[in-house]
Design a protein around this ligand. Structure first.
Ligand SMILES: [Zn+2]
Length: 414
């Protein structure tokens, strides 16, 4: 089988086109491949739900990854959806495994303990343990040891940009050593730069440049093994500039729906907002409580709230069907999880200068895609496509027998 590389460049946006299209690696790929100038993501535009959509062709209401985190209000720091078994239904990994194709996943979200032959999942120790010891348990057997020897993977790996550097080296090593049929990589430096510095500026441009250079180096190495392979580059979401954090759980606490201690830790609740940064979901003990809160929220006219989606709107958003309401922030604002302090964003400056989680149809907020290799049409430009169409495109290309995808694939294949 012709090997396929699927590379997610986290947070590279359609608005970054002027920067990336002149970087040699991307420029050549645009000339020789199919370029999707705008990929419309899914709601909420958070890394884990979107990556689950990328490998399933389904929305969060059926794949089950509804946020990056699991709602665990009793925990100071909630668990991430790291584990592949959290994913409901079929996926590219599962279908490839059934077909006997070999797969490699490098820092791919929601992949830990998945049916993946060479798997270094995106997980990190959260209480000072050694990265290598922690990750060995959740990676495919023997793979961390192999990488430690082959590419000098060390305990510094969870930091940026070292982790992208490791991923690229690990991809090259693994291809040379095992030639997996499908390699999936998640590159996160651009997302990190946008969070820290805001979505636009020289630091972000530099990160995009570095990523272009890393990919150039990777494929120069792959070319030494074979030139017969396909590449699908895509991003998961863009970011918007942020300055203020709205604390809806502090607002619920003030009205008695939620009880929190002095540190903002939730002790009990009849209703709680679960932050997805640019959006937030309301969970409530029943529909009456949700309706009460919706009415009060509309009356309160809190600065920075752009849209309130009613219970009846939730199914159409294709988000967590157990949520009662969704709220959407205006550009500049995010929702915090804390029940402490003031609800008003003006009192709560954000730590991050860029963020995501907003509705995928928000202006200047698209993702992108770029596919090249012998299987793809050359010199084709698609102005806009939907990310939900990605997995069925891979399915059509490799005849994986992927089950449950909601749409047909894109017209990008020869
Ligand atoms: Zn992301």
């Amino acid at each position: 089988m012709r090997p396929l590389f699927i590379i997610s460049l986290d947070a590279l946006g359609d608005t970054d086109e002027a920067v990336y299209k002149d970087i040699p690696f991307f420029k050549k790929a645009i000339e020789h491949g199919t370029w999707i100038r705008k990929f419309t993501s899914i709601y909420p535009t958070l890394t884990y739900p979107v990556h689950a959509t990328i490998v399933t062709g389904r929305y969060p209401d059926t794949h089950g990854i509804v946020n990056n985190l699991k709602l665990q209000p009793e925990k100071l720091s909630m668990d991430w959806y790291w584990d592949e078994p959290s994913l409901q239904g079929d996926s590219i990994f599962r279908a490839a495994h059934r077909r006997g194709l070999s797969t490699c996943a490098l820092c791919w979200p929601v992949s830990a303990d998945g049916p993946i032959d060479y798997n270094l999942p995106e997980i990190w120790p959260r209480s000072g343990e050694s990265y290598l010891e922690f990750i060995t348990e959740k990676s495919s057997e023997g793979y961390v040891n192999e990488l430690t020897e082959a590419i000098d993977l060390t305990d510094s790996a969870p930091t940026q940009p070292e982790i992208d550097d490791y991923i690229v080296k690990a991809a090259l090593h693994t291809f040379k050593a095992h030639k997996p049929d499908i390699t999936l990589m998640h590159i996160v430096q651009i997302d990190g730069a946008k969070h820290k510095f805001g979505p636009y500026g020289k630091e972000v441009d530099a990160a995009i440049c570095t990523v272009g250079q890393r990919l150039e180096t990777l494929f120069q190495g792959i070319d030494e093994v074979t030139t017969d392979y396909d590449v699908m580059i895509l991003s998961d979401h863009n970011q918007l500039p942020t300055h203020s954090e709205i604390r809806l759980n502090a607002w619920l606490a003030a009205m008695g729906y939620l009880q929190a201690d002095e540190d903002g830790m939730v002790a009990s609740y009849r209703a709680i907002f679960f932050s997805g940064n640019g959006s937030a979901a309301l969970y409530a003990e029943n529909d009456n409580v949700a309706a009460e809160i919706e009415m009060k929220l509309r009356e309160a006219d809190i600065a920075g709230i752009k849209t309130i989606y009613s219970t009846a709107d939730v199914p159409g958003l294709r988000v967590d069907p157990t949520a009662k309401l969704y709220v959407e922030a205006e550009a500049g604002y995010v929702f915090g999880q804390s029940a402490k302090g003031d609800v008003d964003g003006a009192s709560n400056p954000t730590h991050y200068r860029g963020n995501h989680g907003y509705h995928p149809n928000t202006a200047d907020y698209g993702a992108m895609g770029l596919f090249f290799g012998p299987s793809f049409q050359e010199g084709k430009v698609i102005e806009e496509a939907a990310l939900i169409e990605f997995a069925p495109t891979v399915d059509a290309m490799l005849a994986l027998g992927l089950e449950g995808a909601e749409t047909e694939g894109m017209d990008v294949l020869k």
